[in-house]
Design a protein around this ligand. Structure first.
Ligand code: HEC
Ligand code: HEC
Ligand code: HEC
Ligand code: HEC
Ligand code: HEC
Ligand code: HEC
Length: 499
């Protein structure tokens, strides 16, 4: 290059001029990019409709790390530059790029490259951080990135009524408190996932981590609960012919808003003016020996189960919310009994195969250490049981499908770990309180709603012709195969077949 370089007046050397080196300048760009990303993430975080648990990591860990790295580069460049300049020769500090001469092609290229590169970097880091933010919002991030730890919840969720509702829509409650807790627990979760030392199974016994009632009510507001709900429960007995047995009933779901109808039925617990509080003596809230109701007029009634003599001040008192009944709205693990009933009702298992109900349930409930082991042993068991039946192929594949959707041996999760509190057949559910054995101080009155018709009426039951006779006023439960209609159904029923 033969261009003449016009001489410029040498700028006064200052300490700052030692920042004029490539390392420091790149550090500055990096720091600026990180700062931009931080500001962006921070504002998204503030204005987003619901908090994202992993956002904290991005906004308050990842972005600041880059910011610090950038600043460290600036400092390092400064130190190296200081060392390079011999003492007493400050003029040497200034012979750096700052003599940018736009007439010189090399300078022009360098400048364009540097400025263009910086802009591209700033743009990409903002875009990248926003994309990462979105990624952590998706259900596949929650459910699949943490593959083994979240697999049971994710699989069950995909089969639920809420399969299109984002994890974060339920799991991050409203309010600043919930927001901060989510941040903190998000970081802790990520740490435990990386270390692989998370609990198996994962339990949410800390009430603060479970969805809040307000969360559900953003979609299911109380005014919407009205009227009855008709449901059909189709079962097959564990006998040779897999005898069908169906119960059809009307559930008095009821309403909890006086403007839209009477406050009555099951959801009357949720009436704002009808407060139900309780004490649970175990972490899973299966044992509830003490209940207190405050009705609309402020009248307070306490109920205790007879054997509970403890002082209540030893226990935390909880207010009943949606999750005390709907504890499995989106992660429901079917009992083997219910899962096989369902497959038979839908024809995926042929009810004409002798003993099919009993045998598939038996295959499912054995203790297996891994899914692989389960698949192998379920298959070999069923093939030995039906050596010459062509239908065994589809039986095996359906049994494996049931196992895959409801059993997670690696995480030690199945219906036993997470019993469903709706109902009372396979676990105590409603009967944790409505067993007729929680008595008021008079020692006689039990909690209202503890007789068989308080929550539902059975309009038809049995099989075939029996189901054509519907009795709108209800019939008493005719318990097939057993005289027993004692409330504590789960003394016999535990989700497996009754021998
Ligand atoms: C409809 C609301 C809802 C949605 C959507 C939802 N959950 Fe849940 N989740 C719950 C409730 C309710 C519980 C149980 C709380 C309790 O037992 O007190 C729960 C419990 C959990 C637990 C604790 C273990 C357990 O099974 O009790 C994990 C882990 C979990 N959810 C992860 C997820 C993931 C991952 C997603 C998205 C793929 C998701 N959740 C979507 C409502 C929801
Ligand atoms: C983002 C909206 C949204 C949130 C939040 C939400 N749900 Fe739902 N829920 C739905 C939708 C949509 C359906 C499906 C409605 C249908 O099938 O008609 C549904 C269905 C249900 C059903 C009927 C289930 C069934 O199997 O048919 C129950 C019970 C329920 N939700 C309870 C809850 C509870 C409890 C919570 C809080 C933990 C909750 N929902 C949070 C949107 C939501
Ligand atoms: C006392 C227990 C209990 C409480 C508390 C409770 N529910 Fe329910 N809910 C039920 C039962 C039982 C059903 C009937 C559905 C069934 O058996 O599957 C039901 C049904 C529903 C349905 C489905 C209604 C339909 O027509 O399909 C929704 C949605 C629902 N509940 C939401 C809520 C929400 C939101 C809350 C909290 C504000 C709540 N529930 C509190 C017991 C309860
Ligand atoms: C934590 C204890 C508790 C649980 C669990 C519980 N309930 Fe209740 N329930 C109560 C109390 C307390 C009352 C109010 C009784 C009163 O007013 O004297 C009540 C009232 C009712 C009523 C109204 C009865 C009436 O005649 O006014 C119905 C219906 C009902 N519950 C259904 C259910 C169903 C269905 C479930 C299970 C999904 C359930 N409850 C779970 C404590 C509970
Ligand atoms: C506190 C309310 C409540 C009381 C009291 C109650 N039930 Fe239920 N019952 C329910 C609910 C809720 C379901 C629905 C469960 C579900 O949707 O999975 C149910 C379901 C049933 C079913 C169908 C179960 C199935 O899987 O086929 C039968 C049968 C039944 N109840 C019988 C009775 C009998 C008999 C009594 C009296 C001893 C009784 N119930 C008392 C709330 C109650
Ligand atoms: C003394 C033990 C016992 C008690 C208590 C009991 N059951 Fe059963 N139940 C049985 C037996 C045994 C069968 C037949 C099971 C089979 O052949 O698969 C059966 C069958 C059933 C079936 C049809 C098949 C199935 O497995 O789902 C339903 C529904 C049922 N019982 C509901 C109830 C309800 C609801 C209660 C409480 C009100 C109750 N049972 C209490 C022993 C009992």
């Amino acid at each position: 290059m033969s261009e003449e370089i016009p001489t410029l007046p040498t700028p006064l050397p200052t300490r700052l001029s030692r920042l004029r080196n490539w390392l420091s300048l790149s550090g500055l760009v990096l720091a600026a990019g990180a700062f931009l990303a931080f500001m962006l993430l921070f504002s998204v975080d503030i204005f987003a409709t619901h908090a994202n648990p992993y956002m904290g990591i991005l906004a308050y860990v990842v972005a600041p790390t880059f910011l610090l790295a950038g600043l460290a580069m600036v400092l390092l460049g400064y130190i190296l530059e200081t060392r390079r300049i011999p003492k007493g020769h400050p003029e040497m500090a200034s012979n750096f790029v700052l003599h940018v001469n736009l007439a010189r092609q090399r300078d022009r290229r360098l400048l364009v490259g540097f400025v263009g590169g910086s802009f591209a970097f700033l743009f990409l880091s903002a875009l990248g951080s926003y994309q990462t933010y979105h990624m952590t919002e998706t259900n596949s991030f929650c459910g699949e990135v943490c593959h083994t730890s979240m697999e049971p919840q994710f699989k069950a969720y995909q089969h639920s009524a809420h399969a299109r509702v984002a994890c974060v829509a339920c799991h991050v409650g409203p309010g600043a408190g919930a927001y901060i807790r989510t941040k903190v627990s998000g970081m802790r979760q990520l740490y435990h996932t990386i270390m692989g030392d998370f609990n198996r199974p994962i339990l949410l016994h800390n009430v603060n981590q479970r969805p809040a009632q307000e969360t559900c009510q953003s979609c299911h507001w109380s005014q919407k609960h009205t009227g009855d709900l008709q449901k059909t429960y189709r079962h097959f007995l564990s006998d040779e012919t897999n005898t069908p047995f169906t119960v059809q009933m009307v559930l008095k779901v009821g309403g909890s808003d006086p403007v839209h109808g009477p406050v009555a039925g099951i959801h009357s617990h949720m009436n704002v003016s009808n407060k139900v509080e309780f004490i649970a003596t175990d972490e899973g809230r299966l044992k509830i020996p003490w209940v207190r109701v405050t009705d609309a007029n402020g009248k307070v009634t306490e109920y205790r189960s007879e054997d509970f003599k403890d002082d209540i001040s030893k226990y935390p008192i909880r207010s009943m919310d949606c999750m005390d009944c709907h504890n499995r709205p989106s992660h429901k693990y079917l009992t083997p009994n219910a899962a096989v009933d369902q497959s038979m009702a839908f024809g995926r298992i042929d009810p004409a195969m002798p003993w099919a109900k009993a045998k598939v349930v038996k295959a499912l409930v054995q203790p297996y250490a891994t899914r692989e082991e389960a698949n192998q042993k379920i298959e070999s068991f069923l093939r030995t049981e039906y050596p010459d039946d062509k239908r065994v192929d589809s039986l095996v594949s359906e049994a494996k499908a049931i196992y895959k959707a409801n059993f997670f041996p690696e995480m030690k999760v199945d219906w036993r770990i997470h019993p469903d509190h709706i109902g009372h057949k396979d676990s105590n559910g409603c009967f944790r309180c409505h067993d007729g054995k929680h008595l008021a101080s008079d020692g006689k009155t039990s909690i209202k709603g503890s007789d068989c018709t308080a929550c539902h009426i059975i309009v038809a039951q049995g099989a075939g012709k029996d189901l054509e006779k519907v009795t709108p006023t209800g019939v008493p439960f005719f318990h097939i195969d057993s005289e027993n209609t004692e409330p504590s159904c789960n003394e016999c029923h535990n989700g497996q077949t009754q021998e």
